[in-house]
Design a protein around this ligand. Structure first.
Ligand code: DX5
Ligand code: ZN
Length: 219
């Protein structure tokens, strides 16, 4: 089985104990922390911005992976990177001119990533594959945690994985939404190498360490 990384998504975390939960994630083998920035325009919900990124940066040395579900993402690159972001994902569907947005992101020296919604075909980002470090395949409609994995995403992951291998590109495939111990194995088998999970790690039924173990053991 190929190597894969697990990134807890703090959208489902207990914000009264965020520092403790981030530290527990790190202690139990998380490979990065995924932060969902929602603006109430690209998606209906609003979540959090720079102050939370700063707080997470103080709690851990793990890579901080920002998933921007926002219009005009470039307006916030500088402040998010100064706050501690290591990688930034913009949504293909939110950018008027994706190449220009990625060029702007490239000036800041962080990992560049593009997300595609469940309805967006993989071909829509073929013109930027050589510009990016990561593709985020959304396996739920973006905007909320705790939704069910959309199984059609597996075909998209496999297609992208074949394209990346055949072109020899250094691009990771991240998958976000509905990842749990029933769905993780198929995503990795089809070529995903970074798995984001929120409610399967932060919940009232088991500890963060048990959540991470369940996911690793399910592969
Ligand atoms: C959804 C977010 C996800 C969310 C995933 O729009 O992008 O990162 O936290 O939550 P789960 O793992 O519960 O589907
Ligand atoms: Zn996300």
């Amino acid at each position: 089985m190929a190597r894969f990384k697990l990134y807890p998504s703090i959208l489902s975390a207990d914000f009264a104990h965020l520092d403790k939960q981030i530290k527990e994630s790190e202690k139990c083998g998380a490979d990065g922390i995924h932060i969902d920035v929602m603006d109430g325009q690209f998606v209906p919900a609003i979540t959090f911005g720079t102050p939370i990124v700063e707080a997470v940066r103080k709690s851990t040395d793990l890579p901080i992976d920002i998933h921007m579900m926002t219009v005009n993402p470039e307006k916030h690159f500088k402040e998010l990177i100064e706050a501690g972001a290591d990688s930034i994902t913009v949504h293909h569907e939110a950018c008027h001119d994706l190449k220009t947005t990625l060029e702007e992101l490239g000036k800041h020296g962080v990992h560049k990533s593009v997300a595609i919604n469940p309805d967006t075909p993989v071909e829509s980002i073929s013109n930027v594959m050589s510009m990016i470090d990561q593709i985020l395949v959304m396996s739920v409609v973006p905007g909320a945690g705790g939704q069910s994995f959309i199984h059609e995403s597996l075909t998209k992951i496999a297609t992208l994985s074949n394209d990346i291998k055949s072109q020899g590109l250094p691009v990771s495939i991240q998958v976000d939404g509905g990842i749990n111990s029933n769905t993780i194995s198929d995503t990795v088998k089809n070529g995903a190498n970074i798995l984001v999970a929120g409610s399967a790690i932060f919940n009232d039924s088991f500890s963060i360490c048990d959540g991470l173990s369940k996911l690793r053991n399910a592969i």
